[in-house]
Design a protein around this ligand. Structure first.
Ligand code: ADP
Ligand code: ASP
Ligand code: MG
Length: 400
């Protein structure tokens, strides 16, 4: 059972989560619960750091950020103990979550869950601080924003749990972000492939890495409300979903955390894209949509554009500066871009989805700057301010 930040925001909610955990235990289950930091704690800790230093040391950042989820776990353990059950709280490190050394976005390498299984054998309820681990260099690491989901899935895989329940502030995974599209529908089931595309394109309800991990390890995720008993959304393999049988489109997603980088006057020679992408990969920056234009005339140089997470823009520009200078390329950036995506397994067999997306955006007067596709997703980069309108219009076209 994983409880997100809103679900443990204050004392009442921590007690409520404790009751839900105890009820599961009393129904005869062995329970491991992963908790997030309370409410906006992580944001507040980041702000604290930036007040001290404009470029906080990543190792120290992780020492700081990891404290938020530890607070939640200790407090919830107290609540469970008061309900007459025995609970033990563990940091990510104590829980055996071993990561690589990329501070603030570490990747889980191994889960050594013996301490958890021993505690379960002794009849305890185990509470694990989400979003953190210990690196191979024995430093505290964090797993990137939203990382408690990945903690929960990784633990579920390691202990062979029946299900990984993600308790959150919405009733499940919806056909669009319910905060933007009020008539979005709760999806009873979503395939791993669709959920991967959704998480990768901005549906923050599950962290992308948690979905990747679940698919690789075959962990069934049940994403549901922490404030109601109603069933939420089961994320599982395509078979459960009856892939292809449903409507062509499952969801419309959006992201407002993008920035666009354009390199102009890139020499028109083999290997250039590789050098640019390698510089960014070495700086641990993920590039998303990429377009490269052939030079209009011989000798004019090519243009390459891609998007990066806005939070990584500075790192990306620092990483590119040397190479751009060497190639004589100019670097331009645009921070007022967003991305909308339309996702569905049924797209594989139904023609015309792209035409309907482009027409809908055109009718809204929304200009498309970049387009990328996969077999089950079409994404467009558009002006940041137009993202909510575009999402609502696309949802109305495909899902209302
Ligand atoms: P938690 O703190 O529980 O981890 P998050 O804020 O990370 O919660 O994720 C839940 C939020 O995800 C919801 O409040 C909702 O606004 C947002 N969200 C974005 N897209 C979707 C979607 N397609 N379905 C459900 N929620 C979504
Ligand atoms: N507390 C962390 C964050 O706000 C991790 C999480 O909530 O999953 O990103
Ligand atoms: Mg989250």
């Amino acid at each position: 059972m994983k409880f997100g930040g809103t679900s443990v925001a204050d004392a009442e909610r921590i007690k409520h989560a404790a009751h839900r955990i105890v009820a599961k235990r009393e129904a005869g289950n062995r329970v491991v619960a992963v908790l997030s930091a309370r409410g906006k704690t992580t944001d507040a800790l980041i702000a604290d750091a930036l007040e001290i230093s404009p470029t906080p040391d990543p190792r120290e950042m992780d020492m700081l950020l990891s404290t938020g989820e530890r607070q939640s776990c200790a407090l919830c353990a107290m609540a469970i103990n008061d309900l007459g059950h025995r609970a033990i709280s563990l940091t990510g490190s104590q829980a055996g979550i071993v990561t690589d050394t990329s501070h603030t976005k570490a990747r889980i390498l191994d889960v050594r869950a013996k301490r958890i299984t021993d505690a379960l054998d002794e009849d305890a309820i185990v509470l694990v601080a989400g979003f953190q681990g210990v690196s191979t260099a024995k430093d505290v690491t964090t797993l990137g924003r939203g990382g408690s989901d990945t903690t929960a899935v990784a633990l579920a895989a390691a202990i062979g749990a029946d299900v990984c329940e993600i308790y959150t502030d919405v009733a499940g995974v919806f056909s669009a972000d319910p905060r933007v599209v009020p008539d979005a529908r709760k999806l009873p089931v979503v395939s791993f492939d669709e959920m991967l595309e959704m998480a990768a394109s901005g549906a923050g309800v599950l962290q992308l890495r948690s979905v990747e991990y679940a698919r690789t390890h075959g962990v069934r995720i049940h994403c549901r409300s922490s404030f109601s008993d109603a069933p939420g959304t089961v994320v599982g393999d395509g078979a459960e979903h009856g892939a292809g049988a449903g409507p062509a489109i499952t969801a419309v997603t959006h992201s407002t955390d993008e920035a666009r980088v354009t390199l102009e006057h890139v020499p028109d020679a083999p290997g250039m894209a590789g050098r640019i992408a390698t510089v960014l990969a070495d700086a641990n920056v993920n590039i998303d949509m990429i377009i490269q234009n052939e030079p209009a005339a011989a000798g004019e140089g090519a243009e390459m554009s891609f998007t990066v997470p806005r939070a990584d823009l500075r790192i990306a520009l620092d990483a590119l500066a040397g190479l751009a200078g060497e190639l004589g390329a100019a670097v331009r950036t645009d921070e007022s871009v967003g991305k909308i995506s339309v996702i569905g397994e049924g797209m594989k067999t139904q023609p015309g989805v792209a035409a309907r997306i482009f027409t809908t955006l055109g009718e809204q007067g929304v200009n498309i700057q970049m387009i990328a596709t996969s077999p089950i997703k079409i994404s467009c980069v558009i002006e940041l301010d137009r993202v909510p309108d575009a999402v609502r219009a696309l949802h109305a076209t495909f899902l209302s």
